[in-house]
Each structure stands twice: as C-alpha cells, then as structure tokens.
Write a protein of this length. Sequence first.
Length: 494
Amino acid sequence: MSSLERFLNVVDGADVVSGTGRWLASDDPFTGQPWAEVPQCDAADAAAAVEAAHAALSGPWGRLTATARGKLLRRLADLIEDSAGHLARIETRDNGKLHAEMSGQVRYLPEYYHYFGGLADKVEGGVLPSDKPDVFTYTRHEPLGVVVCITPWNSPLLLLTWKLAAALAAGNTVVIKPSEFTSASTLEFARLAKRAGFPDGVINTVTGYGHEVGDALVTHPKVAKVAFTGGDATGAAIYAKAAAGMKHASMELGGKSPNIIFADANLDDAVKGAISGIFAASGQTCIAGSRLLVQRSVHDEVTRRVVEFAATARLGNPMEADTQVGPITTQPQRRKVLDYIALAKSEGAVCLLGGKVPDDPALNDGWFVEPTIFGNVTNSMRIAREEVFGPILSIIPFEDDEDAIRIANDTIYGLAAGVWTQDMRRAIRMADAIKAGTIWVNTYRAVSFMAPFGGYKQSGIGRENGQAAIHEFLQTKCVWLNLAEGVPNPFVLR
Ligand code: NAD
C-alpha cells in the first residue's frame, strides 16, 4: 500500500477506484516528488461514468425544476466557500502555482455557482407569432444530455467551473476528466457536490490519460457535448472526433496574446501590466501577454523598466506568502520552456533577463525557470508565433497604430490582448481592430463570471461565462399545436 495521499473518483455517487487497479502519481512541482495518487482509469471506467451520467438524466435530476437546480448550485457555492483553503492547498501542491493565487481563484468560484444558479430558472422559451391559422407554436430550451468536461493542469477548478456551473444550471449531467497531472482538487471538489445534494450520477469524475480515458469519453455514443480547455493540437483532434459523432463541442485553446504599450500610456501602470501579463502563474496561462508590443519612441525605456522590475521577482516555495514566482507545473513543460529559450537564442533574439534554470540551491528540487525576457524579437520568429506556456516575454517594437494592429493580428491565435494608452479614442479603435475574444485596456488578466470568455481564430470555439454561456449547454425545441377542428384530407392540396 502506497504512503501517498489517495483521492478517489466519484461515479454514480460512490467513491470508486479504477477497474485496472492502477494508480497515477501526482507530483509536487516544488519538491519534484510525488505527494498523492489518483486512480489510473481506462476506457471501461470512462464508459461506466457515462452510463451513470446518462441514467441520471431520467432520474430525480431530470425531474427537478430549474429553480431547484439553482438552489443546489447555490448550496454548492456555500460549501466551496467553507472549503476554499483546503482546495487551494491541494491545487498548489498539484500545480505549483502560488498559494495566494490559487486561494484567490478558489474563493472566487462560489460567484460562478451563484450566478449560474440564479440564471437556471431565467431561461425562457417563447411563443411564436404565426403565419398559419389555428396553430399555437412555442419553444423550449432543453439540456443537451451528458456533457464531458476535459480540463488542463494550470487552473483545474476555475476552468472546470467555467463549464460545470452553466452545464448544471442548464440541466445536463456531467463526466469530468481532469488533467493527469493535477486531478486531486477535482476529486475533492466532486465530494462537495455530493454533500450539496446533487443526485447520484449527475457529477462524475474519471481520472487518467487523455489518449485512454479522454478519448473513450469523447467517442462515447451517449455523450452529447465535449467542453474542452487545453492545447490547440489536442483540441483539434477532439473537435474532429466530436464532429464524427455529431456532438456539440466548445474549445478553449491556446494564445499568443499581444500586450501593446503606446508612448502615451502611463508607463508605470503599463510596466506592471506587462509583468503581470506574463509572469503571473509563471506564464502558464492561456491569456499570457507573451508578446509585448512597445511603441518605438518608448521602446528602450519600457524594455529597461520591464527587465529591472522582472529581475526583482522572488522565486520560491509557492506555499509561502512572499514568493512571487513559483515552479513550472510539470517536468515535460519545463523541458519545453527551456527548449523554446534555446530556440529563441538560435533565432537571434537577445536574452535580456533569465534564460535558464535558477542557480539557487534552495530551488534545485523544483521545476523552476527564471523569468526570461527576449529583446530584438521579430513577429516572424517562432518565439513570437508559438505558445510557450512559460515565463518568457518577447519584446517587439512598433511604429504607429496601424503597425501595432498588423503585428497584433499576425497570429493564428486570438484569445486576448492588452492595450495601454491614455487616449480613449485610440483604445476603442484598437479594441475594434484586434481580432481577439477579450481586450483589456489599461489592465490585464481580469475575468468574471459575467464576462464572456473565449477565442477568435485557433484560440477556440464557443464562449464560457456571461448569460449567453448557458445556451452553449441547451438545445431549442419547437412545439406545434393544431387548434383547428379536424385534419384536412392530405391528398387535397390547397
Ligand atoms: P493538453 O491539451 O495536453 O491536455 C488538456 C486535457 O486534455 C487533459 O485533461 C488531457 O488529459 C486531455 N487530453 C489529452 N489528449 C486527449 C485526447 N486524445 N482525447 C481527450 N482528451 C485528451 O493541455 P495541457 O498541457 O493540460 O494544458 C495547457 C494548454 O491548455 C495550453 O495550450 C493552454 O493554452 C491551454 N489553456 C487554454 C485555456 C483557455 O481558456 N483558452 C485556459 C488554460 C489553458
């Protein structure tokens, strides 16, 4: 028996291990050692979870009113609030992100469940005007059925919540497949849902690898929708498989977001925005402002100030309050980040800060990479075109508004952008011109349960959060009632 802390899946209301009898270790990115384990499930486990979710659609959950569903969501919100510290500690152990950040994220989760809980009974169908006599026609919005939520390792509970709150409010049942690197918090969370009173089978979890469990879920004929957050190659493969089964799909994928500083910006604020845009979460966020576009006339000053500021970052144990930059979440991801640093150097980018694993022996066990800044970057370099998902900033100069727009949009991605200027007309022109799902002006990284989030271009399909998000988990039915006496002879056309 392993000495590691064990977390079990929840399927049909029961705590379950895998039929395989195998376990997957979860590593602590600060110590480089396993600290917990979760069941390593297979396709048979995935199928059992889908069957449970499918059966629950016609059980007590399917008969609940929308108002009652909303109450359950609000009860869950209260339980999350009570357990926020515990859940945040698990997330930090699993993904190495700062405890301060994970704690803030988890304490914010209840807002999503309150919001979508409130929305559950405000989705209205309509009575249609008629172009035909003696008919009464109305619409209803119905749940899709079984929704599979597949999540990545960077913010497991937040990115799950962006799907789950709306999916449940709409009346679906769910099967959750968290990342194989960071499953523990999701399994703990599923226990809270049980305590909140969700009927058995409404919320199920299956842990394991994407190519085993994830694939089995995506291709299961009883799954109606796949809601995915993760890398773009994975997303494209899942989208193709969902299409083959004519399933609904929403995709939240990668980014190469431009953070644009104009000469007329408040440079103190802009420098802080550039830093938080890329070094928060060690750059492991889909919205990372990894391309810093700086107007030529302030380019040298901004570059100097960003480098000086980034150099003050304290790397350390993510559990400690004064740590400012934590480790990279996984060993393969650290390898990828270091490979991109080598690539950027070989492309002719100039390393102005960092560019290596820190020398500090206290950090030796963890998967750290120093905050890294490259100058002399052109937008055609791979370091400016491909998502790194790490603490690497590329600084690119531009001349004027048109040049900034051209560079900002010269990417396959379109998740987010930042604009730093004191000229509001320029801000709005830029917000109109940049092809991205979120534009921040004189701020960066703000998200909310009220604010639609999602990508343009290859950053994704569909929107999470905001009122419209509930419709991503609903389908519309149109009902026709004939009010006339008698049905005419079908062979006599009028
Ligand atoms: P990933 O694509 O490797 O994995 C994401 C999830 O998909 C994991 O749970 C994984 O097990 C599963 N998966 C992998 N192969 C699968 C398959 N064949 N079938 C079904 N499921 C499969 O991504 P990651 O490395 O965990 O996360 C980092 C990526 O996530 C980055 O590219 C980042 O941009 C993206 N991301 C996007 C957003 C957003 O909202 N747009 C937010 C955070 C992260």
